[in-house]
Design a protein around this ligand. Structure first.
Ligand code: FCB
Length: 454
């Protein structure tokens, strides 16, 4: 099944993040991150696991790039570990940390794989957390220093930059629900964190461009379309509120320079934190929006506020996320129509299922293949409806450290046998490889960028 709506220059990719795959936590001058500290705190991560070894991507990346070549990937999305670069968060730069990403970028380019670099995928240096973390405005300034150091070193070769990955998750799961590092439980903290993350994004955009004149800069948001559980006015209002808190709280400032005005309690918390010019800074023009999407939210009104509802008819992944491909189409079209980003990349999409290695030594994961086929079809439909989607990154290349779930949730299209770190491509890996190849063979070249057939 290839899709005639996919443009010729569409990028096929896979995504991963530093703390989830690199391991090598205590080598070459890397500092401590909040995820090292959180993982070492009893009761925080399932089975007491941590990213100390993970997939050992730090040492094995040449082989993993071999897997990317076998897939025929155009692009690889990875994140840089801030504590490898600035072990104390600011000040002293660790050359060995920069050297690692230098080697990684060169190896990707050597294989003709475009690096998509994320600066912050959740591993804040612990030294900054000790000074108030993202609750403190000064962390936004430290982020800009870090962004400049990385852009100055890699900006001659890396074109595609994103500042943050999923600021909603950082703010709310990390600071209000306490399920991610640093494990706080305070609505006021979450709101402050969200503002400082957004501010740091806006401050970093021109700094990255100054250091890397060819850079294309964006931000990655986790956008889940919300659906009311019924037509009742109460459920409709509840769904709108969740949409505001989760999606528009980030989209509105980035694209319009304002927080959504239908969330008065939130606005009251954030107002004193907004300095003159902050909202203009946050709305710095970006080149593309990254959308991470796995599922949708069905919301009903409840006595204590909006609550999620389960769909009894649907299939759910091991994360308890409903498989609902049309939610991705809907969110892409909606974002395109309401916010007009120049370009969109689906920067994460994928599924966790209970994969096992069979007697034949292989991993048969038909549910994942079915999931990916459904969601890729939805991407094609979004493009047909006018959404400027330029690429798709499957989450994830490898099974990896799934945050508070430890290694219990496997999202890879490549199975990792953790005791030996052996990589075993799953059936979905071969399906994705063939899908990419078919799409290249059949799609018609776009008029603007003729490409050789074949
Ligand atoms: C996203 C994260 C990513 C991974 C997937 C499953 O929220 O960005 O690191 O954990 O979920």
């Amino acid at each position: 099944m290839s899709d005639p709506k996919i443009p010729a220059d569409f990028l096929w990719g896979a995504a991963a993040a530093a703390y989830q795959i690199e391991g090598a936590a205590n080598v070459d001058g890397r500092g401590e991150s909040i995820w090292d500290r959180f993982s070492a705190t009893p009761g925080k991560v399932r089975s007491g696991e941590s990213g100390a070894v993970a997939c050992d991507f730090y040492n094995r990346f040449p082989d993993d790039i071999g897997l990317m070549e076998e897939l025929g990937l155009d692009a690889f999305r990875f994140s840089v570990s801030w504590p490898r670069i600035l072990p104390e968060g600011r000040g002293h730069v660790n050359p060995a940390g920069l050297d690692f990403y230098d080697r990684l970028v060169d190896a990707l380019l050597e294989s003709e794989i475009e690096p998509f670099l994320t600066l912050y995928h959740w591993d804040l240096p612990q030294a900054l957390e000790d000074e108030g973390g993202w609750r403190a405005r000064s962390t936004a300034e430290a982020f800009v220093e870090y962004a400049a150091v990385v852009a100055e070193r890699l900006g001659d070769r890396v074109r595609n930059w994103t500042t943050h990955n999923e600021p909603w998750v950082v703010a709310w799961i990390g600071h209000e629900m306490g399920r991610h590092a640093p494990g706080l439980r305070s609505e006021a903290a979450a709101v402050a964190v969200s503002h400082h993350l957004l501010l740091s994004h806006g401050l970093a955009v021109p700094v990255i461009r100054a250091a890397a004149p060819d850079a294309r800069v964006g931000i990655v948001l986790d956008l889940w379309q919300t659906y009311p559980a019924s037509d009742s006015p109460e459920d409709t209002a509840a769904a709108l509120r969740v949409d505001g808190e989760h999606n528009r709280w980030f989209l509105d400032p980035v694209f319009r320079g304002e927080y959504p005005d239908d969330l008065p309690e939130r606005n009251a918390i954030v107002a004193p934190l907004i300095h003159d010019g902050d909202l203009e800074t946050i709305a710095a023009p970006i080149d593309f929006l990254g959308v991470n999407n796995y599922s949708r939210a069905i919301i009903a009104a409840g006595p204590e506020g909006p609550r999620p509802v389960r769909n009894p008819e649907a299939r759910y992944t091991e994360m308890e996320w409903e498989v609902f491909p049309d939610g991705l189409r809907a969110v892409l079209v909606r974002v395109a129509n309401e916010y007009g980003p120049a370009e969109i990349y689906v920067t994460e999409n994928g599924a966790s299922f209970g994969d096992v290695r069979g007697h034949d030594g292989r991993v048969h994961d038909p549910e994942r293949t079915e999931y990916l086929a459904g969601y890729l079809d939805a991407v094609g439909r979004a493009i047909a409806e006018g959404a400027p989607v330029r690429g798709y990154f499957v989450w994830s290349l490898l099974d990896n450290f799934e945050w508070a779930e430890g290694y219990s949730k496997r999202f890879g299209i490549v199975y990792v046998d953790y005791p030996t770190l052996e990589r075993v491509p799953k059936d979905s890996f071969y399906w994705y490889r063939d899908h990419i190849a078919r799409s290249r063979a059949t799609r018609s070249p776009s008029p603007a960028t003729p490409v050789a057939a074949g």
